[in-house]
Design a protein around this ligand. Structure first.
Ligand code: PLP
Length: 493
């Protein structure tokens, strides 16, 4: 009998403090898969928002970590008992606040597989499949929204980071500033740089201005028109005034699907103005970019093909688990010039390869493309279009019910799947605002739905966003019924 252990099967070393045994991992992972499947099937039974106060979750947890390891079964039991019920359920069909999202089944599987590989795709060499799949899924999205092949794409965590990188690329293009070498501090020799976005643009653009040293004073918030779309004449006037005052305009951010009302700025005239003025055009399509995979919604984004950079968030409305933000850039070399720093220990001989670390701030990059790839393949372009169209139809139905109800009004047009509305009881504008605030709190306290709010022209408005794959017409009807019920209760006093 040969007692020798073959070289490829080393003797198990029971003293070695390694990972958990494979069999234990397999069993716990199967249990976790069952738990996720059960959760997704039954998530609608929970109130969308847990009825807890800040600090309640920590109170249930031991002050110190366990001294010795615990069984995975016990930890999973605690997950089920302490974590799952104390979560705000973004995967709930009644979640209609902010922008509703979905961590779909295929996306969840992709996320789990990515965790298994645990790749850090900073260089092509350290993650060839992750790098190339990332470029590839971004290229698929580019095709899906009918953009020319001059755009190159990669993934970031969020639209906030993507927009910040875009404004950084715009700043890099102003060569005489030598931003990389000289920075922004103490540059009294040069005129201040200015950036433009509408008064409806997302707060991430303010953060980009803060982060990049442009400063909020140099971010021009251009007034929007009656449809909450950037006023092109006001934009032109602001740019002209800044140039006359010796400032240096560098970038316009147009939004395709603003956060409050999902309005779309007039992208083509903005692009033409940017072209004339030599300005970088960044399009924030974090939400609306997803709808552009349907030709009828792509029309609303006419001119987006002229942008210098675009952000679309599959983690918003392409059913991909958080986080996943696509950045598409026409002049990718300028973005690379802005950020590429290659120390000795990161040099490779792989010429012609994309090294993702060159296109942003972070070195480490996780394998985000896998989940987007799974989603795109499992649903297909037509499946994704069908789902987006269904959400938009539900929103139009809700808008029609609101319009037919004398004590309510629509507060903005409904181009996609988000509806802004308010109750209009008799009283001053301030009293109406207070009424709507109470109305929203009363609806959300009931449990089955979660709506949010915004302010439009200083007035308090309720915001219902449909975007979860589990949301059906019955859920939207229920939301509307709860709103009307709450109205009657508050009106009674
Ligand atoms: N842009 C728009 C239009 C948004 O609505 C949002 C968030 O809702 C963002 C950017 C920021 O997205 P992220 O959370 O990915 O940074």
């Amino acid at each position: 009998m040969n007692n020798k252990t073959p070289q490829d099967q080393p003797t198990p070393d029971t003293t070695h403090p390694g990972d958990i045994p494979a069999q234990q991992f397999r069993e716990s992972m199967h249990r976790a898969a069952d738990m996720i499947a059960d959760y997704l099937e039954g998530v609608g039974e929970y109130p969308v928002v847990p009825k807890i106060e800040p600090g309640d979750v920590r109170k249930t947890l031991p002050a110190a970590p366990p001294r010795t390891g615990e069984s995975l079964d016990a930890i999973l039991d605690d997950y089920k008992r302490l974590i799952e019920p104390n979560t705000t359920h973004w995967n709930h069909p009644g979640f209609m606040a902010y922008f509703a999202i979905t961590g779909s089944g295929p996306g969840i599987i992709g996320e789990a597989l990515a965790a298994g590989l645990n790749v850090n795709a900073m260089l092509w060499r350290t993650g060839p499949a992750a790098t190339e799949l990332e470029e590839h899924v971004c290229d698929w999205l580019r095709r899906m929204i009918d953009l020319p092949d001059t755009f190159r794409g990669h993934l970031n965590d969020t639209a906030s980071v993507t927009s910040m990188l875009a404004v950084a690329a715009a700043r890099q293009r102003v060569r005489e500033y030598e931003i990389r070498r000289r920075g922004m501090a103490g540059r009294s020799d040069l005129p201040p740089l200015t950036v433009y976005a509408s008064d409806q643009a997302h707060s991430s653009i303010d953060k980009a201005a803060i982060t990049l040293g442009i400063g909020l004073d140099n971010l021009r918030r251009i007034r929007s028109d009656d449809g909450f779309r950037l006023d092109i004449d006001a934009l032109e006037t602001a740019i002209t005034a800044d140039k006359a005052a010796g400032r240096r305009p560098i970038c316009v951010v147009a939004t395709a699907g603003t956060t409050s009302t999902t309005s779309v700025d007039p992208i083509r005239p903005i692009a033409e103005l940017c072209e004339r003025e030599g300005l970088w055009l960044h399009v924030d399509g974090a939400y609306g970019g997803s709808a552009a995979i349907c030709p009828e919604y792509r029309k609303l984004l006419d001119g987006i093909e002229l942008a210098d950079s675009i952000v679309v968030n599959p983690h918003k409305w392409l059913f991909t688990p958080v986080d996943c933000s696509v950045m598409l850039v026409r002049d990718v070399d300028t973005l690379k010039e802005a950020f590429s720093v290659v120390p000795e220990y990161l040099k490779t001989a792989d010429t012609g390869a994309t090294n993702l670390m060159d296109y942003g701030v972070q070195l480490g990059r996780r394998f985000r493309a896998l989940k987007l790839w799974m989603v795109m393949r499992a649903f297909g372009v037509e499946g994704l279009q069908q789902r987006i169209r269904f959400h938009c139809e539900l929103a139009r139905e809700l808008a029609a019910w609101i319009e037919a109800e004398p004590s309510f009004e629509l507060s903005a047009p409904v181009p996609f799947s988000t509806v802004c509305f308010r109750a209009t009881p008799a009283g001053s504008p301030a009293a109406q605002d207070a009424f709507n605030e109470r109305l929203l709190a009363a609806v959300n306290a009931k449990g089955p739905v979660f709506l949010s709010h915004t302010k439009l022209r200083e007035r308090y408005v309720i915001h219902a966003a449909i975007g979860n794959l589990r949301t059906t017409q019955a859920h939207v009807e229920q939301a509307w019924q709860l709103v009307r019920e709450a109205y009657r209760e508050i009106a009674k006093g």
